[in-house]
Ligand binder design. Structure first.
Ligand SMILES: Cc1cc2nc3c(=O)[nH]c(=O)nc-3n(C[C@H](O)[C@H](O)[C@H](O)COP(=O)(O)O)c2cc1C
Length: 322
């Protein structure tokens, strides 16, 4: 009997790598249809965030992150991969078909990034004060461009300070909106639920009640101000236009940037508030040079301690067989 894994086993394993991607509020808004020899990626719009993300922009970006993981993981296992990006206007949730064959044993150099899929985490703590090395910044800028997006570091104190003020304004506007707070509270889950923003089972009911009912924008904003001001690098990731196709590209670019950052020992987290709030988004765009659309505002730096992984849904819940 051969010890080689079957296609089904390989495909499940690849989907496992895909689902390690980051997602907005850890909603994991994806779904995988496995056929032979392909894996289709679909958006699971039942996991949308209608208040935080009314157009499904971040939902599609999250799916783009999962898509890049899938492609890299398949390339890393020696498969030939063709990533046919949709979305098809008639089937808008169907985002991509990734054909995976043994046609060529040639290993693409980018497959190396797959080994950082397990290491990447969102790191919400303060970073060490040392600057991010220039070659890491250049590599992340190239990574975004490789996926058809751009990453623009905020290089002057004035730009950084303006970004911090926009984050603070974004916090105030989001926390002042009871619908936004209710949606956030609904995604505060215990680890055993497999998704959402993790809270301890002992404090979950109180934490959810507080978030639902109280505007804590002031406290959150001062913490975000402190984190942002002390981050060695702030950068805007964006695209030239604002369509589902470019959101998907933004997701692939985001994940590639994060993995490349990881390869340099960098950690990252998000300051997306002023992009999520429609009236502030244009101002973030101006910080990034005024051309194109900002999709994600990131902070980068170094932090000493390893972080535990956040939970993921069981693979059986995100896979269907064609
Ligand atoms: C499109 C997108 C938007 C996100 N926005 C935020 C955000 O505004 N604030 C934040 O703290 N984390 C944000 N995150 C990070 C997620 O909360 C995080 O990926 C999720 O909780 C899973 O944790 P992990 O990244 O450590 O695997 C975002 C992630 C993605 C992909």
């Amino acid at each position: 009997m051969s010890g080689a894994p079957s296609w089904s086993e390989e495909a499940i394993d690849l989907v496992g790598s895909a689902t390690k991607a980051p997602s907005s509020h850890n909603t994991q808004p994806w779904f995988f249809l496995i056929g032979e020899p392909y894996v289709d990626l679909l958006a699971d719009t039942t996991r949308a965030l209608p208040v935080n993300d009314p157009d499904g922009r971040e939902l599609t970006i999250s799916c783009g992150c999962a898509l890049l993981n899938l492609v890299l993981a398949a390339a890393d296992r020696g498969f030939h991969v063709e990533n046919r990006l949709l979305p098809d206007p008639d089937e808008s949730d169907w985002l991509s078909r990734v054909s995976i064959t043994r046609d060529s044993a040639e290993r693409v150099p980018e497959a190396e990034l797959a080994r950082f899929i397990d290491q990447r985490r969102t790191c919400r703590t303060r970073f060490e004060p040392r600057p991010v090395e220039g070659k890491a910044v250049d590599a992340m800028v190239e990574a975004a461009a490789a996926e058809g997006a751009w990453l623009r570091p905020l290089e002057t104190d004035a730009l950084r300070q303006r970004a911090v003020e926009l984050v603070v304004e974004g916090d105030a506007l989001q926390w002042g909106d009871p619908k936004w707070r209710r949606e956030l509270a609904a995604w505060m889950h215990t680890r055993s639920e497999g998704d959402g923003l993790t809270v301890s089972p002992f404090t979950a009911p109180i934490a959810q009640m507080v978030v639902r009912n109280f505007d804590m924008g002031g406290g959150v904003a001062s913490k975000d101000r402190e984190l942002a001001e002390n981050s060695p690098l702030l950068a805007v990731l964006g695209t030239d236009d604002d369509s589902p196709r470019s959101w998907l590209a933004a997701g692939q670019a985001l994940q590639r940037v994060l993995l490349v950052g990881c390869s340099f020992g960098l950690r990252a987290s998000y300051l997306n508030q002023p992009i999520q709030v429609g009236e502030l988004r244009g101002q973030v765009g101006e910080l990034a040079g005024g051309e194109g659309l900002p999709q994600i505002l990131l902070r980068f730096g170094y932090a000493p301690n390893p972080l535990p992984p956040t939970p993921r849904r069981p693979l059986a819940d995100v896979i269907e067989w064609s």
